[in-house]
Design a protein around this ligand. Structure first.
Ligand SMILES: *Cc1c(COP(=O)(O)O)cnc(C)c1O
Length: 382
């Protein structure tokens, strides 16, 4: 985020009670355009869960995005905002049959699957729909891996492809998610190699013409640890597509990406306050700095210090190492103690603290009443 945008947010938040999240919609627009510029061949399905704020969804609707929808509640929200069902996929592998029926009734015809039982439900509740098969990935190199829980081994994917034909569904494509905040672009190469092998197998052995690759999210936001620019991701991914699909002489017809974090992350700043600064003993080296926001207020991705948000203190002075913790009465509500954050030594209780790159996976994660704290309030700057 530029200095100018940050100053605008600070000014806007000056009279607001903390903690709060301020979202700058222009940044989301820029991120969308950046993806369109660098990956013009890919259709964007925004992963709604990253930031489901109405204004964010409406902006992306107007910009022409499609949406990766995880529940019937998100579906209802999108329909209320006037998004057409042919711009949505039901992208959650874990779904009740009655929810699939609801999506079908509302007009959604694109479903992910990774198990025979789920495919069975889709065949009954969404007859004739397009299905895509999610592959298991390891999530190596990702700060927030999504490994293990989603997807199937290619062996099982082959069975599912055959089953889908028997069930009268349309086997449409293969998906994977390389792991969120994936800093190793090489992970797309590994996955695309597997995808290409399945395309080849489907054509030669099952006489099924797959058409679509869904390359998931995983594109980075700007946290403490640096990443390559999106231009580099794009260049590498295009090279991987060339290599893995050489046997077809062209790329698959439809290529989808599902950015969540990279679309919304950089747009948000959490404005917080220092509640206390204290040491546990006279000899302790680092002071504890307690903020009015923590793991339960929206910063759950600090689990294992996986996501390291840039934190900005306004005070001047010499940088001193600190431990940062949240305000609740739960001992796991510590944000950072291994990774060394610093604070200017003139910082004091009551000062404002700005936690940057908090536009994704914060407000939607905040608890509703733990210790009586209300959910994280969000403001949208147009
Ligand atoms: C969460 C999710 C995404 C978004 O991933 P990011 O790494 O935040 O971009 C994309 N696709 C699916 C299926 C998801 O579950």
């Amino acid at each position: 985020m530029t200095r100018e945008r940050f100053e605008r947010i600070k000014k806007f938040a000056a009279d607001k009670e903390t903690p709060c999240l301020v979202i700058d919609l222009d940044v989301i627009k820029q991120k969308y355009e950046e993806l369109r510029t660098h990956l013009p061949f890919a259709k964007i399905f925004y992963a709604v869960k990253a930031n489901p704020t109405d204004e964010v969804v409406a902006l992306l609707r107007d910009l022409g995005a499609s949406f990766d929808v995880a529940t019937r509640f998100e579906l209802d929200q999108l329909l209320r905002l006037g998004v057409a069902p042919d711009r949505m996929s039901f992208g959650n592998t874990i779904k009740k049959e009655k929810d699939i029926a609801y999506f079908y009734e509302k007009g959604v015809r694109l479903y992910v699957t990774d198990s025979p039982t789920d495919l069975d439900k889709i065949s009954r509740a969404a007859p004739g729909s397009k299905v895509f098969f999610r592959l298991l990935t390891e999530g190596l190199g990702a700060d927030w891996p999504l490994s293990k829980k989603f997807g199937s081994h290619p062996d099982l994917a082959r069975q599912l492809i055959k089953m889908s034909v028997r069930f009268g569904l349309v086997p449409y494509g293969i998906s994977f998610h390389p792991g969120s905040q994936q800093r190793d672009v090489g992970q797309w190469s590994t996955a695309l190699t597997q995808v290409a092998q399945l395309f080849r197998w489907a054509k030669e052995e099952a006489h099924v013409e797959l058409k679509m690759i869904n390359m998931g999210g995983g594109f980075p936001a700007n946290y403490v640890e640096s990443t390559d620019p999106i231009a580099q991701y794009s260049e590498d991914i295009q090279r991987f597509l060339d290599t893995s699909f050489k046997f077809m002489g062209r790329w698959p017809e439809e290529i989808i990406i599902e950015p969540g974090r990279s679309m919304a992350g950089d747009s948000g700043v959490i404005v917080a306050e220092i509640v206390n600064i204290a040491k546990k003993s006279v000899h302790e080296r680092y002071p504890w700095v307690f903020l009015d926001i923590g793991k339960f207020g929206g910063l759950i991705e600090t689990l294992d210090e996986a996501i390291k948000y840039p934190i900005y203190f306004e005070a001047q002075g010499k940088a001193q190492s600190i431990i940062i913790a949240g305000p609740t009465c739960d001992s796991m509500d510590i944000l950072y103690e291994k990774w060394t954050y610093t604070m200017p030594d003139k910082a004091k209780i009551g000062d404002r603290v700005y936690i940057l790159t908090t536009g994704a996976y914060t407000q939607s994660y905040s608890s509703i009443y733990f210790n009586g704290f209300p959910p994280l309030k969000a403001y949208v700057l147009k």
